[in-house]
Write a protein of this length. Structure first.
Length: 687
């Protein structure tokens, strides 16, 4: 796929075939923006055409989307059809002169109706840039670039009369020589992943060295980049260590870039540049982010009181303003962040203006009704007439009513806890919180790992805390719920609520001393249950601890009716007559279309399956001549059983053989004949 731009509703007139223009076209504008070259295309040139971009180095190279991200080229188009192409000065195919002068060449091909109707624009631009920081980070639309200053050895003095050759090579992705250049790269994801240069280039990365800088570039969303949350903002992180071979030996350079991946829309394109230097160090870092604009600006009210008084004669001065909290001079107002201005007019009169945010502590507010906040700002302006110092005042009362932005609560769970986050609305933390049936006091908040900043607070609530409710319990899990309510304590208005329910694993814990523990809980649907009355299978085994919500059991592993699976060393197993014997036959296969079928099972007195006497247990199904019928047990999927058709389980009551009316107390062996069938076939030979 070519690096294409298709746009809208306006179609240009037919272009004359293969017509060439130079970069002086009035519809093309190129300029240097720091360490970038920007090429702007007028909408009349781009709309309705398919655009193909070629980089001009030692040869023409078509820039595909993947090559553009790898080599330092990006393109964007605004809703009005204007197009901009950005080229990093460290990009591939740029003629770099000692990291100070950069010659960029692009060829734009405009296709309209057919491939033969093409208009070609050749663009050449020279940019100078010398304000390099020790480390430069560039976050563009489709790639991250970081370059680092490298110390180069002093050139050796050549013999007199030796010819000197000019070396002005482009930053084409190089075939690294054995003697110089980048030898190996280690990416951190954050686990280390090492590659030689050729492997890194094949993976979509670019790594080059210039006369004084080492440059590494990565597209977004590659295998060796990872996401990290920085102060609530999702960032994509790119960390690499480059092993660089120079004539003076091997150097190791650590490079890293973190670029925002969230998207905010404006009507202008911001370019943020930050330059910082560590204390007591000469190394500095320049961080530059170019962020795309994709949608129109959404207007938002600025929540500001504005008042303008006037006009006054030129001898009137504003000395102070009285707020609800006290009197402030003009200088004190400015120091508090209030915008006080004196506006002069051509006729030598003037006026005074004041701006105060709704969130200021001098603004009074109350809630006349639910979900509405009224802001009230009483003002008294103190004026003086010069030079007499005659004082007079003017009183103003400002009011505004706004719909409230309510707080919101969200939550997640893990194996043991509820995690709840509350985002404040326009009232901040001016509300009361209830967890379960209790208000969130300071002591309760400490128990729930309460954390707060200016916009959020969070809680960590264990699933078995007193303020949770149990909805359902199964053999391996319990469904618990936590209820949260945010309310106005004065008017008792509900602002937000959260009902978060999750399944938590219930595990029976075994200890080295031969004891086990188990937990039973009281669910909401059985409010009259008394946990202290619960017992295990053996009713003599009662809880060692209980309260009104749960019962905790601790017992020896061989007591309280516990069962276990027999191991090979346990056989022969001693059983009493009529005591149930449980059997399982398993087909070991990963083919889900196979089914295990038991045809016959029988018992003998020795291992020989043909020996006598014998007794039938299963004959195609249970043996109906047996006074104690064999019982088949259903098999369902679980952590051990992936394919239930591969398992057959049955139980038979313990019996014995008799001889000469004597009961034989000997070992009994059970044998089975089984067949394997293909469930996808109806043919006779399917088994």
């Amino acid at each position: 796929l070519l690096w294409n731009l298709m746009a809208g509703v306006i179609i240009l007139g037919h272009a004359r075939p293969n017509k060439e223009f130079n970069s002086q076209s009035s519809r093309l504008k190129s300029d240097c923006v720091g360490n970038l070259m920007r090429l702007s295309l007028d909408k009349a040139l781009a709309v309705g055409n398919q655009l193909e971009v070629e980089a001009i180095g030692t040869q023409h190279t078509v820039l595909t989307p993947s090559l553009a991200a790898q080599c330092g080229y990006s393109m964007e188009s605004d809703p009005w059809g204007n197009t901009r192409i950005y080229t990093s000065l460290m990009a591939c195919y740029v003629d770099n002169k000692d990291d100070t002068t950069f010659n960029i060449g692009l060829r734009l091909k405009m296709y309209s109706q057919s491939p033969s109707d093409v208009v070609i624009h050749d663009v050449a631009k020279t940019c100078s840039y010398t304000q390099w920081a020790s480390r430069e980070v560039l976050c563009d639309r489709n790639y991250m670039e970081v370059s680092n200053y490298i110390v180069t050895p002093e050139p050796q003095v050549e013999a007199k009369g030796q010819a000197q050759e000019e070396d002005s090579k482009s930053n084409i992705i190089p075939e690294t020589s054995a003697a110089h250049g980048i030898w190996k790269m280690t990416f951190y994801t954050p686990e280390p992943v090492s590659m030689v240069l050729r492997e890194a280039q094949q993976a979509g990365y670019s790594a080059t060295s210039t006369s004084s800088r080492l440059v590494v570039r990565s597209p977004y969303n590659t295998a060796e980049t990872y996401s990290e949350d920085v102060a609530g903002i999702p960032m994509e992180v790119f960390r690499v260590t480059a092993y660089y071979k120079a004539s003076n030996g091997l150097s190791i350079v650590n490079l890293a870039a973190a670029c925002p991946t969230y998207h905010v829309t404006y009507t202008v394109e911001p370019m943020l540049e930050v330059l910082w230097r560590m204390d007591n160090a000469q190394d500095d870092t320049r961080y530059k982010v170019l962020f795309p604009i994709t949608t129109p600006l959404m207007p938002r009210p600025d929540r500001m009181f504005r008042v303008q008084l006037g006009t006054f004669l030129p001898d009137v001065e504003l000395r102070n303003i009285t707020f609800s909290t006290g009197v402030l001079t003009v200088e004190e107002c400015l120091a508090r962040g209030f915008n006080v201005q004196e506006l002069r007019f051509p006729n030598e009169t003037k006026s005074f203006s004041l701006q105060v945010s709704f969130d200021s502590d001098v603004v009074l507010k109350h809630n006349p009704e639910a979900l509405v906040t009224e802001y009230f700002l009483p003002l008294n302006f103190g004026f003086f007439i010069m030079p007499e110092d005659a004082a007079f005042t003017h009183t103003v009362e400002l009011r505004a009513s706004l719909q409230d932005v309510l707080p919101t609560a969200t939550g997640t769970c893990d194996q043991n806890n509820f995690y709840i986050a509350v985002k404040y609305g326009n009232q901040g933390s001016n509300f009361q919180t209830m967890v379960g049936a209790r208000d969130l006091t300071t002591e309760l908040a400490d128990g729930y790992n309460f954390q707060e900043n200016g916009t959020h607070f969070s809680l960590v609530v264990p699933y078995n805390a007193m303020d949770t409710a149990f909805e359902l319990i199964t053999s391996n899990s319990v469904r618990a719920r936590v209820d949260m309510l945010l309310y106005d304590p004065i008017n008792r208005w509900t602002l937000a609520d959260l009902y978060l329910a999750c399944n938590f694993p219930l595990t029976t814990t075994c200890y080295p001393n031969g004891t086990m523990t188990a937990l039973a809980v009281k669910v909401e649907s059985v409010p009259n249950l008394i946990p202290s009355w619960l017992t295990l299978k053996d009713q003599s085994c009662k809880p060692v601890f209980s309260d009104d919500r749960l019962a905790y059991f601790s017992f020896n592993v061989d007591s309280c009716g516990t069962t276990r699976t027999y191991q090979e060393h346990d056989y022969p197993v001693e059983k009493y007559l009529r005591e149930p014997l449980y059997f399982e036959v398993v087909l070991e296969s990963t083919d889900s279309h196979l089914e295990l079928i038991l045809e016959n099972c029988w018992a003998t007195l020795n291992e020989d399956r043909t020996s006598l006497p014998s007794w039938d247990i299963i004959i195609d199904c249970e043996n109906r001549d047996d006074s104690y019928t064999t019982v088949f047990h259903p098999v369902v999927s679980d952590t051990r059983v992936m394919f239930p058709l591969h398992f057959k389980r049955f139980a038979v009551k313990m019996f014995t053989f008799t001889k000469d009316e004597k009961v034989l107390k000997e070992e009994i062996y059970v044998h089975c004949d089984a067949v394997i069938c293909d469930t996808t076939s109806q043919a006779d030979g399917a088994c």
